[in-house]
Design a protein around this ligand. Sequence first.
Ligand code: SF4
Ligand code: SF4
Length: 105
Amino acid sequence: MSQCQSCGACCASFRVSFYWAETSDGGGTVPAELTEELDPWRRCMRGTWSDLPLCVALQGEVGTQVSCAIYPDRPSTCHDVREGDAQCLRARERWGLSVPQLISA
Ligand code: SF4
Ligand code: SF4
């Protein structure tokens, strides 16, 4: 069973950057107003370009109950994180959360 809905650590641990054309003003899905320019080619989610990252689209409380306000429209970077992968484990460790129980196929 996914622990993501009671976690959210990866939305509050890293800079979430992606190719600029993923934003709505570039023809993509990510609402442009929730992003900021990182360089001429990349945007990032507001709130994540920080020493204490916290994505502006994250709702709820990390480690308790969370949801993504733009889940269907989130950037590719967010699609790429998988429960139990190296980034997930680093994020959970950062927040003092246990390692997810992985379901074996
Ligand atoms: S850190 Fe891992 S378990 Fe937590 S929300 Fe991200 S992918 Fe899911
Ligand atoms: S856009 Fe959604 S899934 Fe991606 S970091 Fe922000 S809250 Fe998390």
